[in-house]
Write a new protein. Sequence first.
Length: 476
Amino acid sequence: MTSADSSANAAMGAASGATAAPYRRPGETADRIRRMLAGYVLAWPWFDGFSAWALRRLYFPASRLWAAARLADGSPERFWETVPMRRRLEHNGRLAAALARFDRARARAEALEAEWQRVFFGPEDSPDNYRLAVEAARLGSRHAYNAARRFFFFLLDREVPRMRFDPASPAEVAAVYGEARRELAPFAAPPDAMPTVEVSRPLPGEAGADYWLRFKSPSPRLGDTVYARVHEPRGAADAPTVIFGHGICVEFDHWRGLIDEADHLRQAGFRVIRPEAPWHGRRTPAGYFGGERLIATYPMGLLDAVLGTLREWSVLADWSRRTSRGALAFGGTSLGAQMAQLAADRAREWPQHLRPEGLFLITHCGRMAEAAQHGEMARIVGGAEEAEQKGWTLEEVDRYAAILDPRREPPLAPERIVTVLGRRDVVTPFTDALPLIDGWKVPEANRFLWDRGHFSIPMTLIHNSAPVARFREVMR
């Protein structure tokens, strides 16, 4: 047994024992009440239209300004260049003050992140209560740093770009992924030697223990450090494990009060591994906001992120098998669901112990191009003009996106697949999801087809636990 496995077993012991005061996230009770209220008020189709408007007019433009501030180092001139947008000299004084506030929020977040790394992964142990305090402070400071987007609201208008697009040329993409259009297996294969997985010290909680994993990404196109948060259920030795991916621009470990399916899955008895996708959270490159690079460098960024994720999930699958005798499943929401279904599909060519025994998919579709190129998100963020200037045609982009589509044969027994879809979903279009699950012959009992859209589905899941309950039955 490796030291990482020993640390994992220690974390599991914390889940079943009661050696420390239960961990509660800052404002957890209030967040829980707000989520329940949101589940009843916002779980309706009107919320989808409002969400699309908010992404287009508020979130993406404010995020681009926030990302520019990361490189500005307090300089208004550098800020304008980095956005990029027309300089507004009348705003320079107010902008300088906003950049100063931003830098203070960033400094606090970075200082607490450094202490968090020392306390959870460093060589010296710390008292449980100190770890609880550091995690609470880290989450609070990171939430405040992310929320610093509001410092730049006074600049929001139609001139602010939603992304800083920088797509590679067709020749550059072909040099890296041209062969993948003929044979994908070498690009989706697990590493020959699994990287060492470090396991953090745990946070004991009422529902179980939380801890983090980190390892070097086996993708040569990424090569950074992968982080994953593990939610361990209390008193459930060898619990079934689900590796669960998040949606694009969702940074579940860095905002307070997010809707997180991991809570419901742990309550149902699952150990949940929540990896941070490439270019999100701690993996966000300088000058970008979480998830931006994946979109702004499409299609190269999407190929790098998804194919890198497959290799990273193979590492997590291997770790899961070494630390639990329970069943293994893949799952996710939106882009995370697309990654999960492709990982399950390509895992048919992986060693037997890396293959999942279940799939739990929320708001997914059959073809990546339908979501990335033709779905509502493409209309929200734009980028078609920049792609055309680099020499792309719609047909050529679609051919690369098709690399990331699962095959039409089900990746595992259809009765082991549970899917949640919105009939009004135009982000990962329902009209493209239905042929996939029909072709896979997913049983009617495992299909939850609601009269909702892409953003109201997670709200509905807050108070409708039927899909999670069904998935629990399937995984038994």
